[in-house]
Design a protein. Structure first.
Length: 346
């Protein structure tokens, strides 16, 4: 396997080109072609000698994503791309337009092995983790296909980011590199189903990004019913890791709670959630569950969702109901890949 050139930092590229006997300025030239001009082949790197372009294409691989499907929401302009990888796999990436700028939601793995009961991404299991360069490709593809500048990135697409830890960390360093997108990690959120050792590892990196934890339940019993990971890491350990994240980084944790009718949305569960999170500097994001054909999770009424929120607020929590974007284009995690796979045997 040839090394993937887009996954290399400027420093690594410099070392590799030095080993090929190239002058010091070459690394910056190649980096610019990859991350500013975003060419799709070595051949297009016009200010490099022809022989070097040839040598680079023999020694390195250059990833590129093709757009398999593109959906634009008529309601709010949200765009969703189904992107094809070079090995035949596919992932989803979404562009969300907000008043204050554009945010993209990207995938970190092809499939997922976490097995959450309500989620479409996990239905076919995990195929593989994406490389740092492929995650950048998603961001670049959204800018290219949608013609928009991007001001924020959320790792909330297909996959469990902390199950692809090294590659995700490298992606974050490339995304924030001054000679690349130069995006401040303050504008990045990483969502996890709750891998405790990796949350601790992430706290130690002190990156300044927002940690979102998919909680979806106020106690172990309910959580185990909908999220297999709860069997591995009890709620108490997860909460302790979240508190440590806040202590070490100063960034408040955001909890996601997908409301599933009759499963985790009762008034008693709202009260339990208040007791669980009381005193934590955090935010609760309530998500009306997106119904997935293969899953038996149902969405409750708007009133039930608002009642749940009101109980949280009354209990002293900072809780909002997530505004739904792209609800007409199955923008929920993994749905488009799943539908297309079922139809076209992807
Ligand atoms: N694996 C990570 C990130 C990907 S999912 C995680 O678990 O956090 C991003 C968010 O969407 C998670 O909170 C996930 O639980 C939620 N989600 C997945 N399927 C959903 C569905 N059908 N309806 C509502 N939220 C869903």
């Amino acid at each position: 396997m040839k090394p993937d050139v887009k996954s290399m930092t400027l420093l690594e590229l410099g070392e590799a080109l030095h080993a090929l006997g190239q002058p010091g300025y070459r690394a910056r030239q190649v980096y610019q072609w990859l991350h500013e001009k975003r060419v799709l082949s070595f051949e297009q790197m016009e200010n490099l000698p022809k022989a070097l372009r040839q040598e680079l294409s023999e020694r390195f691989s250059l990833t590129a994503l093709c757009c398999l499907r593109r959906q634009v929401s008529k309601l709010d302009g949200t765009e969703k791309l189904l992107l094809g990888l070079q090995d035949g796999g596919a992932v989803e990436a979404v562009l969300m337009r907000y008043r204050y700028g554009n945010t993209v939601c990207i995938s970190t793995q092809v499939g997922c092995r976490m097995g959450c009961r309500f989620c479409a991404s996990t239905l076919g299991g995990l195929v593989r983790g994406l490389t740092p360069g492929e995650m950048l490709d998603e961001v670049y593809a959204l800018e290219r296909f949608c013609g928009e500048k991007i001001g924020g990135v959320v790792l909330m697409g297909i996959g469990e980011p902390l199950d692809n830890y090294e590659n995700v960390l490298k992606f974050l360093s490339l995304l924030s590199a001054p000679e690349g997108m130069n995006l401040s990690l303050r504008h990045v959120s990483l969502s996890t189903c709750g891998l405790v050792p990796e949350i601790d590892r992430l706290s130690g990196e002190r990156l300044g990004l927002t940690l979102s934890v998919s909680l979806h339940a106020p106690d172990d019993e309910t959580r185990k019913r909908i999220m297999p990971i709860a069997k591995k890491y009890p709620m108490q350990e997860l909460m302790a890791a979240c508190r440590r994240y806040f202590e070490r980084t100063g960034r408040r944790v955001s909890y996601e709670y997908a409301l599933i009718a009759g499963e985790n949305d009762s008034p008693a569960q709202a009260k339990k959630l208040c007791a669980l999170l009381r005193g934590q500097n955090c935010h609760v994001n309530l998500i009306p569950v997106n119904e997935v054909a293969e899953r038996d999770c149902r969405r409750g009424s708007r009133e039930a969702i608002e009642r749940f929120q009101a109980l949280l607020v009354r209990g002293g929590l900072n809780a909002t109901i997530r505004r739904e974007l792209g609800s007409d284009i199955s923008a929920a995690c993994g749905q488009l890949r799943r539908e297309t796979a079922a139809r076209e045997g992807l």
